[in-house]
Design a protein around this ligand. Structure first.
Ligand code: PLP
Length: 362
């Protein structure tokens, strides 16, 4: 079976370097907030093109802590999309902000600037665009609207490590940005991990206090803070993976180009171009049938996500909000296998299977 993603394949591809990094940490005897975390934070900040990186325990915490650090006041409204991982909205709720979910652009599946224009009505709001599937949101229009209305932008970059918009890496547009290093992400650890990146000394400083009991000095809590730390083992693994991120993303893009060429004459909707293909997502009106036919041919495709956040029991209004573009997309989207270690043979097998199944379903 060809799987949608394979974190094990990523380990095997870089096994020697990762094993060496793990051994180094084991033997150092230093397991929390030591030299590996410090080095990874410096390397990742430089890679994104910002001044600071503050690593934390996971991507959801990265969003929550970024929001708390960038907006030390509470309880107003934050605009984001419903077409995302539940984590995006869960993190805003955990930070005590009221999420306002708006619709996506029908072609790129990211925050629709026109929807943002209508929603951004009061002062003191903030905006969390999501670079879904590795596709950068329309940051030119989003930053322009946010600047005009004095709104703060906090990017959710959990699916877009290394993606570039207008010559700048995503994560360097907003006041702060959040990354996840969940194993299947474009930059994935061997467990949970996350990071906040920012150019602001104040936001970075507050995030550092927030991730460890409000400590600047050990055992002295200056502010309230919990525990959300990246450990040395994960940082050492991420330093290895970061060195391969650009070539891994280039391989994802080559696979996407192969898919695009193979599917050009088929009756289905191809994904937008320009991102780093965390997912390669097509649309087909008989999605569920196509998915089961592909599975019969040994190709496992995924649905990220089957239910938009505004219709999840935990977050649905009564009566539920209507976001037609998001809802239509959730009904017919399908994510094909996409990870850098797919062999050319596997990519061709996916192409063949999709071509056969789509023709049969005509
Ligand atoms: C994975 C993901 C998150 C959450 O990251 P975790 O590390 O799993 O907490 C947030 N937003 C998006 C868009 C994601 O894909």
């Amino acid at each position: 079976m060809i799987l949608p993603a394979s974190p094990g394949a990523s380990y095997r591809a870089h096994k020697q370097e990762i094993d060496e990094a793990v051994r180094r940490v084991n033997e150092s005897g230093w397991y929390i907030l030591g030299p590996e975390v410090e080095a990874f934070e410096a390397e990742f900040a430089a890679y994104i093109g910002v001044k600071h990186c503050v690593s934390v325990a996971n991507g959801t915490d990265a969003i929550r802590i970024a929001v708390l650090a960038a907006l030390p006041f509470r309880g107003a409204e934050g605009i984001t999309v419903s077409m995302s991982a539940t984590a995006t909205v869960a993190a805003l709720v955990e930070a005590d902000w009221q999420p306002i979910m708006v619709d996506i652009d029908p072609h790129e599946y990211t925050l629709d600037p026109a929807a943002l224009d209508s929603a951004l009505t009061a002062p003191g709001m903030f905006v969390t665009p999501v670079h879904l599937y590795g596709q950068p949101a329309r940051m030119d229009a989003i930053m322009k609207l946010a600047d005009e209305r004095s709104a703060i932008v906090i990017e959710d970059c959990a699916q877009a490590h290394g993606a570039v918009f207008g010559g700048k890496r995503v994560g360097s547009f907003g006041a702060a940005a959040a990354f996840s290093f969940y194993p299947t992400k474009n930059l994935g650890a061997l467990g949970d991990g996350g990071a906040i990146v920012t150019d602001s000394d104040e936001i970075a400083g507050r995030a550092r206090l927030s991730r460890m009991y409000g400590w600047r000095e050990r055992y002295i809590s200056e502010t309230h803070g919990g525990n959300s730390r990246l450990d040395e083992l994960q940082a050492a693994v991420l330093r290895v993976k970061l060195r391969h991120l650009d070539s891994d993303n280039a391989r994802r893009i080559r696979i996407a180009e192969t898919y695009n060429a193979a599917f050009a004459d088929l009756d289905l909707t191809l994904p937008p171009t320009g991102g780093v293909y965390h997912q390669y997502t097509i649309r087909h009106p008989r999605r569920d049938l196509l998915r089961s036919r592909l599975a019969e041919r040994g190709v496992s495709a995924a649905v990220l996500y089957p239910v938009p956040i505004h219709l999840q029991p935990a977050y649905a209004d009564d009566p539920p909000l209507s976001l037609p573009v998001t809802e239509a997309f959730c009904r017919d989207l399908l994510c094909l296998p996409m990870y850098p270690e797919l062999t050319d043979g596997e990519v061709n097998a996916v192409c063949e299977a999709v071509r056969e199944c789509v023709r049969e379903l005509r």
